[in-house]
Design a protein around this ligand. Structure first.
Ligand SMILES: [Zn+2]
Length: 426
C-alpha cells in the first residue's frame, strides 16, 4: 500500500515536471545565477512625472529591474550597456493591435472580409510571429490584441511568446470578437458561416454568456465586443451584462464603437475601454470620463486613413482626440494597423500614429503616458510593467532624442530590452 502511494506520488512528480519543463527550457537556457546587466542611461524619462533625470544607472537582474539611480553600484560580474548618449524610457504599449491579420490590399481589394476568407489560421499565426517581432523592434514591449485572428491564432501567438519560442511583446489577447449577428461583415443567406470563426455572433443573453466563456476557455485574456457595425446595436443593458460577466471572470472588456449611438451606449454601460469612438460628442466624452472608461482612439494619421480607405476620417479622429484631451478622458495609445506598406513594418506604422497626437495638440508628456502607464493600467499589468522601477519587468527602450522634447522621437527606437533580454541595440 505504502509503495503504491509512493509510486503514485512519483508518477505525479514526473507528470508535473513534464508540464513545467518545456517552458523553463525555452525561456532560460542559462543555468546558475541570473544574468546582471547595468544600463548607463544618459537621460532617463519618467512618463508619470513627465521628468527627465540625467546619468542614471539601471541594474537589471534576470528579467527584472533591481535598482535605479545615479549612484547604483555596478557588480563586478555585470555586463555594462552604454546608453549614455541616448534617452531611456519604459517599453511602449499599443493597446489596439491585430497582429494575426495583414490585409493584402491588391488581392483583397481593400476589404479585410476577403483577407479572412483567404488566409487560414495557421498562416495568420505565422504572420502574427512576424508582426510581433516587428512591433518589438519598434519599441512596443506590450500589446493588447483585439481579435481578428481566425480560430484563436492570437492565443497561439501569445503562448509562443510566453514560452520563449519567438520574440514578441507581452500580449493581452481577445480571441474571437463578440458581435451582433453578422459581426463586421455583410453576409449572404446561402453562405451564412463565412464570418465564422472570425466573429462569435451573440444576440441573446445566453449567447453572450456562452461566447465570453468559450473565449476564456480558449485562451482570451480580454473580451472584445463590436457594439455597432450593424443596424441593430447592443443596448446599454446588453453591454452591462457582458461587462459584468467579463469582470466576474477577471477580464476587462473592450468595445468597438464606430458610431455616436454605439459609443454612447458603451460609455453609459461603463466598459473598460472604447475603441475608436471617433463620433463621440463632448457629452459622451464627459460620460466616459465619469464612468472611468479609457479611450483607445486609434487616431489614424492622414496616410493610415488613406491606406484603410477612409481618408475623410483623419480629421474626425484628430478633432475627437483634441476634445477628449481637453475634457480629460483617460487615453491609451492604440493603432489598429492591419495594412502593409512597402518600406515600413507593423511597428514603424504603429509608431507613426504619434503624428495625430501632435496634430491634436496633445503635450508630449500626456502622449507618453498614453503609451506607457495608462496602457499598462488598461491591460491590467501595471504592477509588472509600464515603468522603470525596482521589482518591475525590465522592458526598456532607448532613442537618440528625448521624446518629452519631441514625441516623434519614439519613431526612432534604437535599443529594446524585453524581460531583461536585449532584442535590439543599434
Ligand atoms: Zn481594430
Amino acid at each position: 500500500m505504502r509503495s503504491q502511494i509512493r509510486s503514485i506520488f512519483l508518477a505525479l512528480f514526473i507528470f508535473s515536471l513534464a508540464i513545467v519543463a518545456p517552458s523553463l527550457g525555452a525561456q532560460n537556457t542559462q543555468s546558475g545565477p541570473a544574468r546582471v546587466i547595468a544600463i548607463k542611461a544618459g537621460k532617463l524619462v519618467d512618463p508619470e512625472k513627465g521628468a527627465t533625470e540625467t546619468n542614471q544607472i539601471i541594474l537589471v537582474r534576470g528579467k527584472q529591474i533591481e535598482a535605479v539611480g545615479p549612484n547604483v553600484q555596478i557588480p563586478a560580474d555585470a555586463t555594462v550597456i552604454d546608453l549614455s548618449k541616448s534617452t531611456v524610457l519604459p517599453g511602449l504599449f499599443d493597446a489596439h493591435t491585430h497582429l494575426c491579420m495583414t490585409m493584402n490590399k491588391e488581392r483583397d481589394n481593400g476589404n479585410y472580409y476577403i483577407t479572412t476568407l483567404l488566409d487560414p489560421t495557421p498562416y495568420r499565426a505565422i504572420e502574427g510571429v512576424a508582426n510581433a517581432r516587428d512591433m518589438l523592434a519598434a519599441g512596443f514591449t506590450s500589446v493588447r490584441d483585439v481579435g481578428n485572428s481566425g480560430n484563436y491564432g492570437d492565443t497561439a501567438l501569445r503562448q509562443a511568446i510566453e514560452r520563449g519560442l519567438v520574440p514578441g511583446p507581452t500580449m493581452v489577447n481577445a480571441g474571437r470578437i463578440i458581435a451582433p449577428y453578422g459581426g463586421q461583415f455583410r453576409l449572404q443567406p446561402e453562405k451564412r458561416d463565412l464570418a465564422t470563426p472570425e466573429y462569435a455572433f451573440a444576440d441573446t443573453r445566453d449567447e453572450m454568456l456562452k461566447a465570453i466563456r468559450e473565449n476564456i476557455h480558449y485562451g482570451a485574456t480580454v473580451i472584445k465586443i463590436v457594439v455597432d457595425d450593424q443596424k441593430y446595436i447592443y443596448s446599454v443593458d446588453d453591454i452591462r451584462f457582458m461587462v459584468a460577466e467579463a469582470h466576474r471572470d477577471g477580464l476587462k472588456l473592450a468595445a468597438h464603437c464606430w458610431t455616436e449611438a454605439g459609443a454612447h451606449n458603451a460609455a453609459e454601460a461603463g466598459v473598460d475601454s472604447i475603441e475608436h469612438g471617433q463620433m463621440m460628442t463632448n457629452e459622451d466624452l464627459q460620460l466616459a470620463k465619469k464612468n472611468h472608461v479609457v479611450l483607445v482612439g486609434t487616431d489614424f494619421t492622414e496616410s493610415a486613413a488613406e491606406e484603410e480607405g477612409f481618408p475623410e476620417l483623419h480629421a474626425v479622429f484628430v478633432d475627437r482626440l483634441k476634445r477628449a484631451y481637453q475634457i480629460g478622458v483617460t487615453m491609451a495609445f492604440g493603432t489598429d494597423v492591419i495594412v502593409a506598406v512597402p518600406g515600413e513594418t507593423r511597428g514603424t506604422l504603429a509608431a507613426e500614429y504619434v503624428d495625430s497626437w501632435v496634430e491634436a495638440g496633445v503635450p508630449a508628456k500626456d502622449t507618453l503616458q498614453a503609451m506607457t502607464i495608462n496602457a499598462a493600467r488598461l491591460l491590467g499589468i501595471d504592477r509588472e510593467r509600464g515603468e522603470i522601477k525596482p521589482g518591475l519587468a525590465a522592458d526598456i527602450v532607448a532613442m537618440p532624442e528625448n521624446p518629452l522634447d519631441n514625441i516623434q522621437a519614439v519613431r526612432k527606437v534604437s535599443f529594446v530590452m524585453k524581460d531583461g533580454s536585449v532584442f535590439k541595440n543599434e
